[in-house]
Design a protein around this ligand. Structure first.
Ligand SMILES: [Fe+2]
Length: 187
């Protein structure tokens, strides 16, 4: 497929979709095929430097776009071998397309009553490995973890309703049953 769908094409379409849609489910259904198109056009935006992931964080986060009010954030994220994230939510809708290499996602639901600050009980409800061109679409509140089980750096394209450092979202420790803020180091 010819690489014809740029990040600015994607952002233009995201603006139209968000102006016309009112639910996360509506939005992510329409963003899903656009994420696949942008991933298939990776030669237009995928820079070699995006493969340099942060060794402390375990992954590298590269901002490709956000609006002045932090909405419609697009990132390239690279994952070091055998590294990933703890379970987390996003505080907004999320659509992630595989770009280079498979990434394992585990999905969780929250089973406590949310009455104790800093306390959270999670139950795993599924898992799936997403490869190039496959899409993970999550409404606000959905909880997942990401892990690179391969021996090579993987890359995915992440599209969020709002930059996730501005949504007061959380990470979770399923064994210790904790909920804490989740802030990314972004390049
Ligand atoms: Fe995520």
């Amino acid at each position: 497929m010819a690489a014809t769908y740029s990040i600015s094409d994607l952002v233009g379409d995201l603006k139209k979709i968000c102006a016309a849609c009112h639910s996360d489910h509506d939005i992510i259904a329409r963003v899903r095929p656009l994420a696949q198109r942008a991933a298939a056009s990776r030669e237009l935006w995928l820079d070699k430097r995006f493969y340099e992931a942060d060794p402390d964080q375990g992954f590298g986060v590269y901002l490709l776009h956000e609006e002045p009010d932090h909405t419609l954030a697009v990132f390239a994220v690279s994952w070091l071998p055998n590294r990933g994230t703890p379970p987390h939510d996003h505080g907004t809708w999320a659509v992630v397309a595989g770009v280079d290499g498979p990434e394992k996602n585990e999905f969780f639901e929250r089973v406590d009553d949310r009455s104790r600050p800093g306390y959270a009980e999670l139950r795993k409800i599924g898992e799936k490995v997403f490869s190039d061109g496959e899409v993970v679409a999550l409404p606000a509140g959905a909880i997942h973890s990401v892990w690179n089980e391969t021996d090579a750096v993987t890359v995915s394209l992440h599209i969020y309703g709002k930059h996730v450092n501005h949504t007061a979202r959380s990470q979770f420790d399923a064994e210790k049953r904790t909920e804490t803020p989740f802030i990314l180091k972004v390049d």
